[in-house]
Design a protein around this ligand. Sequence first.
Ligand code: SF4
Length: 500
Amino acid sequence: MIDLVSLRAKPQSAAMFVPLRYREVGGDVLLTNPFGDWLFVTKEELAGMFKGEVGEGSALYERLASRNFIKARVDVALQADRMARKKRFLDYGPNLHAMVVTLRCNESCVYCHASRADMDAVHTDMTFEVAEKSVELALQSTSPSITIEFQGGEPLVHFDCVKHIVETARQKNRAYGKQLEFTMVSNLALMNDERLAWLVDNKVQICTSIDGPEAMHNKQRILAGGNAYREATKWIEKINKAYVNLGLDPVLYHVEALLTTTRALLPYPKEIVDTYVELGCRALFVRPVDPFGWAQRTAKTVEYPRSDYLAFYRAATDYVLELNKKGVQVLERYAAIFLTKILGDEEPNFLDVRNPGGAVIGQVAYSYDGSIFTSDEGRMVAQMGDPFFRVGSVFDTTYRQLMTHPTTRSLTLASNLDAQPDCVSCTYNPYCGIVPEHAYRTQGSIFGRMRESQMCAVHKGIQDYLFEKLREDDPATVEILRRWTTIRPRTHFVQASAAS
Ligand code: SF4
């Protein structure tokens, strides 16, 4: 039996191969290189590689060369271009600008990450002055495309502010000419026909939460005097119909719904997937509970070991794959993000799984009172009483000050996987990403300790699952996984540019 831990490379081996990382997956060994290539070899083959026994021209040598593991066969200029392409997000400033138009919310979720305020807490409404200053700062980003995301609380509680931001941003963007988009994260319970018509006319994308079938959803998301599930699903149906009426392709244009997996949901992976499919959702994002807001307070009832989450994830995604094989088009979002890197060789720029991460350089959060945070997670930590991630105020901080803030610099370093003790040697380094705000909350340091990190356990477990599927190499499964990597831009949601 070959013990991978005790393998030591001979000097001739180091001379032959590019730097590589390896991990046992499904009985074989997964190799990855810094360019993002991967290959399965047997343990015996790996031992042979380390002993310098791979002869030039042998079958293994050619397999390794075909995936850029043989130094002498690497086209350096080509690989440099490839890596630069995947890191091109570093050429630009933040694309995502989360605006917390109010902390008030009409629902009360057991895990509320945002630490929502009661409906009478009108002092947590964003003023139009703060809204205008936030928009002005967002548009100064050097990114050619800007997405303003309405967050809360519940944005529909302060809908006038949502409208004001959309109108102000569109008007101010005449001078900037950015590719501008809007997204609203809402529980939909305060939607009405007039608001929906305005949102559709103004091309504001809508995203909601569905936490399983009706009884489960309503237990997690409590709507006083109402039925949170029925409200959400009624409006999902209406919104999707409105897109169809505009002649938009429902595969691309539909309400995106997110799942927050609490302990109560763990026994029901199939029922939850079925709920999403019945609602016409084409994507399901199986996210664990985050350690922010009320989830900390209610941890005793909502939390669980991450091994339980991963068992749930595997069961849910296995079932999603089974449905795909029967012709149902639905994908799991976490898998799609990783697979876009693993199979698609593209960087989807999902800020929580990016290297380096997105704090300030990829996203900025503007709170209702004008405070600026490194991310939506950063403002959630502030809402819990710790302003560690506050990097300024819309009243007196310039764009340059935000980008060069010591916290921005520190978080960029802390999320650089090549500066993290465990990540630097991890096989999944080319595809992974970490969130320093998460490490700070759970481990007391923005650098964290990945071998004890829940976030790392989730990322590692999902990538283990995906590579197990790729090792099995079932053609039907691989074809489905490849399909999930297709990135189709939703151009309908791009606002008319300054020139048009
Ligand atoms: S976070 Fe974990 S899985 Fe991801 S690169 Fe770091 S050690 Fe590997």
